[in-house]
Design a protein around this ligand. Structure first.
Ligand code: ADP
Length: 617
């Protein structure tokens, strides 16, 4: 094995030191042995003149090549004219000089699976040549390093001799160039010199194209950003928008896997909302993760991007059992200055991303932020519209219910009054009481209905006025219950805890709250039962009032909208019970105006408990 170092190759190799690790085993008789690939292949021992002229032609082509791919293509097409080989590849170092990637220059190198493989710079003979800025000449099996994936694979495929030269420029070594042969001792000093000459030119050409390639990549990516932007601007539905964004980014930039998370800072979590790519068992749609975990959590918390080209070295990385991530790039998506989402790109190879990716995707994230904002606004307007349409429908229903509710008690009142007025019939005490009871009962119902309707109109117009004073809860409960009609099947029990007897409020409005809750408790307990009112101390300055019944209860899924205007629960049991859907909405408005809150707990078939808080007086 012959290892040759070059000027400026570091201290231990300075002054053109020739290190003979092994004897150059080339005791050939100089006779020509065909490589067996093609009769046009260079023959071992071909004249230097010939080689120099072929080299000149190749160098002209390299000079004319545009970009790295074209240079590699020239080498793929032409190297076999110059230097005999069964396997040929080039290894190129990444910008952080931690790894190198192999690019096959011959079909043989592809066949053994080295194409696009990445290795740590300290691994394998190509890495050794790069690190030591030295050439290697000799037998594969006795090289300065041996890793299964490179030297092992070469030996397994029958390679005997190897020639590796570093790709050096004036400042640095950007890679190495490898030739292998099935023949033992296939390469000599002459081949090494020619390979070195080629390598110098290739190194310079590759170095020059790096900046050209970077600029070209940036331009292409910016064009892609524009293209994606144009595709997305027409989509207004948020889910569809994010889904299309993930798809377009993955396809256009050819990333391995792309996911988008939306951030909820209040819940301290991020939710996976869109994804496109190659991981088979990725997290399910809607998956939630805490903001204290992983790159996504970190980006959401700190509003800065993460570019990890080897995730195993970053403590922020959350190891996943089922996806083999090696590189990850996560970027914040801002809406109104807050992190609203995270764009997350992952790859199965190390060093998959560079600064250009990060910069271009940052631009894209800025754009995503503004379209997410638009989609959200559109969503709000759509919801508000739907709500208005629903409200309009409910109002129409309400008018027909109310006009019916007004008419039927009025008809009973008129009928009872006419009965009393009927001439020729004596009005005894008993009949008088019965008729008057009907009149009072129906008139009271009318008055409640009128009161609710009036309250709603005033509340909507912001014209309801409050007169706050010190209100005694016990008297209030007493008054409210006397206005509610209890049947013989219902009984009422109320208690006021010591210290919970005075609140700050408008007594007429608070009476209306209690009255509504009590009449609901009666109305929605058609089989009767105990109705309890209790006032307790809630906190140092708050009192809580509970109104509970043993009635039909409320389905859990309908509880959220219970306090909305015109809301009526639609079940078989409620269908026959009359109501306007205004009572609880009025209660909520009044309680809120008193600085309190109202909510309900209920069990179907067992009963409901309404609770509201008030301020102590
Ligand atoms: P309504 O005039 O329809 O009673 P409310 O606003 O007072 O209007 O109540 C809204 C809906 O809430 C009612 O239609 C009823 O379905 C449900 N509800 C209210 N109170 C109770 C209760 N105590 N038990 C069961 N359901 C109730």
């Amino acid at each position: 094995m012959h290892l040759q170092s070059f000027p400026g190759a570091g201290n231990q190799h300075e002054n053109r030191t020739h290190v003979k690790a092994h004897h150059i085993a080339n005791e050939d008789d100089g006779k020509v042995r065909a490589s067996g690939r093609s009769d046009r292949l260079p023959e071992k021992g071909s004249s230097l003149d010939q080689s120099i002229s072929i080299l000149g032609e190749i160098l002209l082509q390299i000079d004319a090549a545009n970009g790295r791919e074209e240079i590699l293509q020239v080498l793929r097409n032409e190297t076999h004219w110059l230097l005999a080989h069964d396997i040929c590849f080039i290894s190129i170092v990444n910008s952080s000089r931690t790894h190198y990637t192999i690019h096959a220059l011959s079909p043989g190198a592809e066949t053994i699976g080295l194409h696009r493989m990445q290795f740590v710079i300290s691994e394998g003979m190509p890495g050794w040549a790069i690190q030591h800025q030295a050439a290697i000449l000799g037998e594969v099996s006795s090289g300065p390093t041996y890793v299964d994936a490179i030297e092992g694979a070469l030996v397994a495929h029958g390679m005997q001799s190897v020639l590796i030269v570093p790709l050096r420029t004036a400042e640095t070594t950007i890679g190495s160039f490898t030739l292998c042969s099935e023949r033992s001792s296939a390469y000599r000093e002459q081949e090494m010199c020619i390979a070195q000459l080629l390598a110098y030119q290739v190194a310079i050409a590759l170095k020059n194209t790096t900046s050209f390639d970077d600029a070209r990549k940036q331009i292409t990516q910016i064009e892609l950003v524009n293209q994606i932007a144009q595709e997305l601007t027409s989509i207004l539905d948020l889910d569809e928008l994010l889904h299309s964004a993930a798809q377009s980014i993955q396809k256009s930039f050819n990333y391995f896997d792309v996911s988008i998370f939306l951030v909820n800072t209040q819940e301290n979590e991020a939710t996976l909302v869109a994804r496109a790519g190659n991981f088979v068992d990725f997290l399910p749609h809607g998956y939630r993760q805490s903001l204290s975990e992983g790159f996504v959590g970190w980006v959401a918390s700190y509003g800065q991007r993460v570019l990890a080209n080897d995730v195993s070295e970053d403590p922020r990385y959350r190891i996943s059992a089922y996806r083999n991530t090696k590189s990850e790039l996560a970027l914040p998506i801002f809406v109104n200055g807050e992190v609203a989402g995270v764009l997350n790109i992952e790859d199965e190879i190390v060093n998959a991303f560079d600064d250009t990716d990060a910069i271009v995707l940052e631009t894209l994230c800025g754009f995503l932020g503004s379209i997410i904002k638009n989609a959200r606004l559109h969503d709000q307007v759509k919801k508000a519209n739907m709500r208005l349409t629903e409200l309009d429908r409910l109002k129409t229903d309400f008018i027909s219910i109310v006009s019916h509710d007004f008419r039927s008690p009025l008809a009973s009142i008129i009928l009872a009054a006419k009965g009393l007025m009927r001439q020729g019939q004596p009005v005894n005490q008993e009949r008088l009481a019965e008729y008057l009871n009907v009149i009072i009962d129906k008139a009271t119902r009318l008055s409640h209905l009128a009161e609710d309707t009036l309250s709603m109109t005033k509340m909507e117009a912001g014209q309801l006025s409050y007169f706050f004073k010190r209100v005694n809860l016990k008297s209030l409960i007493h008054e409210a219950s006397s206005l509610v009609e209890f049947s013989r099947r219902h009984s009422l029990e109320y208690t006021v805890d010591p210290g919970a007897d005075y609140v700050k409020g408008d007594d007429a409005k608070l009476r209306q709250v209690l009255q509504n809750l009590l009449s609901n408790a009666v109305k929605y307990s058609p089989r009767g039962g105990m109705i309890r009112v209790r006032a307790e101390n809630y906190s140092t300055d708050q009192i809580i009032v509970l109104v509970s019944d043993e009635g039909i209860g409320i389905p859990t899924e309908q509880m959220d909208r219970l306090f909305e205007k015109f809301c009526r629960i639609n079940t078989i049991e409620t269908r026959s019970i009359k109501g306007s859907g205004l009572g609880l909405w009025i209660c909520r408005e009044i309680v809120r105006s008193h600085g309190g809150q109202i909510w309900v707990e209920s069990q179907l078939g067992k009963g409901s408990t309404f609770r509201f808080t008030l301020r102590k007086a």
